[in-house]
Ligand binder design. Structure first.
Ligand code: 6U4
Ligand code: NA
Ligand code: NA
Length: 158
């Protein structure tokens, strides 16, 4: 049995660009990724996604503009925790991305995603997101660099 921990992950899209952030500390340090984190007490998943985006790169989005686009599950050899990651996207936002204590934001062209400096699983599910397909992915890691086994599939609905 796994102990499930819920996380959010949000991607901001603008024309042919996507906003990524370089994590400055903690889990996933020095990797480019979307913005997100754990839920706080009494918070819904979408409320957490909006809060984390604001905290991590100073952008504001409305809950009603968030689209659920994917679901990811991560497990690690020798660890009974399952990271349950709810992925969201929107192209409606207010503000200009700014560096914070946690992240350095940067717009990337969708054809030039820096996969070598991201979580290894990202290259398997980003293509679904970039083609506007809903997806489910499940990855079992050894350490944080090696994927022992995985499954990714397109979903018809979330
Ligand atoms: P604190 O304790 O406040 O620093 P918090 O911001 O709540 O942490 P954090 O940053 O640890 O949470 O959350 C991890 C973030 O990384 C979430 O947005 C989910 C995302 N994430 C975790 N594993 C991932 C993976 N293998 N691939 C990926 N994103 C992942 O693309
Ligand atoms: Na975070
Ligand atoms: Na956070």
């Amino acid at each position: 049995m796994f102990l499930k921990k819920v996380f959010t992950l949000i991607f901001i899209r603008k024309d042919d660009e996507i906003l990524l952030g370089l994590k400055k500390r903690g889990f996933g340090k020095d990797k480019w990724n979307g913005f997100g984190g754990k839920l706080e007490h009494n918070e819904t998943i979408k409320e957490a996604a909006v809060r984390e985006l604001k905290e991590e790169c100073c952008l504001c989005v409305k809950i009603t503009d968030l689209k659920s686009i994917g679901h990811l599950e991560f497990t690690f050899e020798g660890d009974s925790t399952m990271m349950d990651v709810n992925v969201f996207a929107t192209n409606i936002f207010e503000g200009t991305p700014a560096e914070t204590e946690e992240m350095i934001p940067k717009w990337y062209n969708c054809k030039a995603i820096p996969f070598d400096d991201m979580w290894p699983d990202d290259r398997f599910w980003f293509p679904y997101m970039l083609r506007d397909k809903l997806f489910y992915g499940k990855f079992h890691y050894q350490g944080f660099d090696k994927i022992l086994n995985y499954k990714v599939e397109e979903l018809q609905s979330m």
